[in-house]
Design a protein around this ligand. Structure first.
Ligand code: PLP
Length: 216
């Protein structure tokens, strides 16, 4: 973990933008070093890895789940997370709500919107996202919709990246017409977070720029 780089990032990211340090595939010691440098919000993408790290690390860490949620692993994820950012189906949203209620938890969620060119990326279309919010928000009891999460196309074409972030931001605006408290706009990663912030992001998810390359 490059502690100097984390400190530098924390200095240049605007104060009203939450930094999620994406620690997936990096060992607990790397997270502890970031924690000791003052970082409290971390992003993980696999249930078993999250559970192991949460057990080994301080209780005041806010864990955000940012990966694909396998429904059979949901009960393993829920006790540890403050937020699930990667809700990409109505079924998953309703399941999180039901399981969190059974476990006596309240769980913040972001609805993931898909605007990027890659088919491999998941998420609702902007239209689906607002429809699902309209249908589900009044019925949720333990999950609260806090905003949207999205990713730009992986490309060097900055016009395309900007257009993607603007589309994600517009989806966030539409969501707020339905759920006024859903103010989180989670977009921007190591390579593109500055443009995301220019487009209105208030939560960036940065991994490799803090922790170095991941070994899968
Ligand atoms: C891995 C991941 C990130 C971090 O990506 P970096 O390029 O390493 O900053 C951000 N968001 C999501 C959803 C991810 O899966």
């Amino acid at each position: 973990m490059e502690e100097a780089r984390l400190t530098e990032l924390r200095g240049i990211i605007p104060h009203d933008v939450t930094l999620v340090a994406v620690s997936k595939f990096h060992p607990a010691e790397a997270i502890r070093a970031a924690y000791n440098a003052g970082q409290r919000v971390f992003g993980e993408s696999r249930a078993d890895e999250l559970a192991a790290k949460a057990a080994a690390l301080p209780d005041d860490i806010c864990w955000h789940f940012i990966g694909h949620v396998q429904t059979n692993k949901l009960r393993r994820i829920l006790p540890h997370v403050t937020m699930i950012q990667s809700v990409d189906s109505e079924r998953l949203l309703r399941l999180i709500d039901a399981e969190a209620e059974k476990m006596g938890l309240s769980t913040k969620v972001l609805l993931q919107v898909h605007v990027a060119a890659e088919e491999t990326k998941t998420g609702f279309s902007p239209e689906e996202l607002t429809e699902v919010a309209r249908r589900c928000a009044p019925e949720l009891r333990a999950a609260t919709i806090e905003g949207v999460m999205g990713m730009a196309t992986n490309t060097v074409d900055t016009d395309r990246i900007r257009a993607d972030f603007q589309a994600i931001a517009r989806t966030g605006q539409r969501l707020r017409e339905i759920v006024p408290s859903a103010t989180v706009l989670s977009m921007g990663m190591s390579g593109d977070w500055q443009m995301a912030v220019e487009c209105g992001s208030n939560m960036v998810r940065i991994g490799s720029d803090i922790f170095g390359p991941r070994e899968y």
